[in-house]
Design a protein around this ligand. Structure first.
Ligand code: UT7
Length: 332
């Protein structure tokens, strides 16, 4: 094979210790474990606590875990992209803060905002740099501290989200593994259904925006649900058709973990059996950009070199996308 492919050669993660269970949530809002399990499929989510800790803390710990696992030195990293919608601050980029915390100084870095599709968009972007032949080691961080923008008085959103940091390493390969292709889409009209109202140039932070709770996630759940179910499956089926992949050819579907019912509907449309789907939503909830790499990290030992994997995500923007890749290694 002449073409340089970009392959995931390692996965790292960081999970905060604190577990916010459905039982604890039931003491904060009018909800029950039964409702959350039946309508969403989440049992608990991790929450980052501690003075001075934010998204960059989780991202940096995930990168340290990744570099150690892959025997990579900080000086070898050429580039770092951080997918997040909960940056430490509007500027500078959280990617730069992570690079500094880890000691990566021979690289350039930037943030990418595609909400729950952040990992797929960042992976697609990073892949270009590897395929160009110019970059040898690119780190993609996907990290979100959703607890920092979640209203714990709003029962329609607060059971959904959790905090996590993840990182993957991309390297060139001439073998028949790695990122085969991706299909990414956006529809800016979707912004009306899922956004954060204030804190940007349209509505800078003020006493009023804080009083009105405009620095939290605003979501019209049913509109987002409907769009997620159709769009995620559309791109996943499109990429399967493009490569003539039958459902039995797909070893693993790794979907964004927002709602178990969305995952089930996507798998059904693709003709994929439940056993072929990587799911950990019950343990961590929707960690936004981090869900897909967190699944890869959680199930890494089950992934075998050459496995056909389809990733699929949908998020605010609206953004959605699907990646077809062949897993590049057997984990030790
Ligand atoms: O990752 C980014 C993209 N985000 C998503 O993919 C999220 C997509 N949306 C969803 O997953 C679902 O729409 C939700 C989980 C957010 C909501 O589930 P739903 O089945 O669409 O519920 P609903 O909004 O239609 O509400 C049904 C009922 C309402 O009560 P009434 O009006 O029928 O009396 C809600 O007030 O459920 C009520 N409800 C709750 N009840 C107990 C809403 N949240 C809760 C709750 N506990 N936490």
């Amino acid at each position: 094979m002449d073409k340089i492919r970009s392959a995931i050669t390692g996965v790292g993660a960081y999970l905060p210790e604190y577990r916010l269970t459905n039982d604890e949530l039931s003491t904060m809002i009018d909800t029950t474990d039964e409702w959350i399990m039946k309508r969403i499929g989440i049992k608990e989510r991790r929450i980052l606590k501690g003075e001075g800790k934010a998204t960059s803390h989780m991202g940096a710990e995930a990168v340290k875990n990744l570099l150690e696992k892959t025997n990579t030195t900080v000086d070898e990293v050429d580039m770092l992209i951080c997918a997040t919608i909960t940056p430490d601050m509007p500027f500078p980029a959280t990617a730069n803060i992570i690079a500094d915390k880890v000691g990566i100084h021979n690289a350039w870095s930037f943030d990418l905002n595609a909400a729950c599709s952040g990992f797929i968009f960042a992976l697609s972007t990073a892949t270009q740099f590897i395929e160009s032949g110019r970059y040898k080691k690119v780190v993609v961080v996907a990290a979100d501290m959703m607890s920092s923008i979640t209203n714990y008085k709003d029962r329609t959103t607060c059971p959904l989200f959790g905090d996590a940091g993840t990182a993957i390493l991309l390297e060139p390969t001439n073998e028949d593994v790695g990122i085969i292709d991706y299909i990414n889409r956006v529809d800016g009209l979707g912004r009306h259904h899922l956004h954060m109202k204030a804190g940007g140039s349209l509505s800078p932070a003020s006493c009023e925006t804080v009083q009105n709770g405009e620095h939290f996630v605003y979501q019209e759940g049913q509109a987002v649900f409907k769009a997620a179910v159709s769009s995620m499956a559309d791109v996943a089926v499109e990429i399967m058709d493009k490569y003539n992949l039958k459902s039995e050819d797909v070893n693993w579907l790794v979907p964004h973990q927002a709602n178990l019912r969305i995952i089930d509907a996507t798998a059904r449309r693709m003709g994929i059996k439940k056993e072929q789907v990587l799911i950990n939503i019950e343990k961590y909830g929707n960690t936004t950009a981090a869900t897909i790499p967190l699944c890869l990290w959680d199930f890494e030992k089950q992934l075998k070199k050459g496995d056909n994997i389809v990733l699929a995500a949908f998020g605010a923007g609206f953004t959605w996308g699907s990646v077809y890749l062949k897993w590049a290694y057997d984990s030790k």
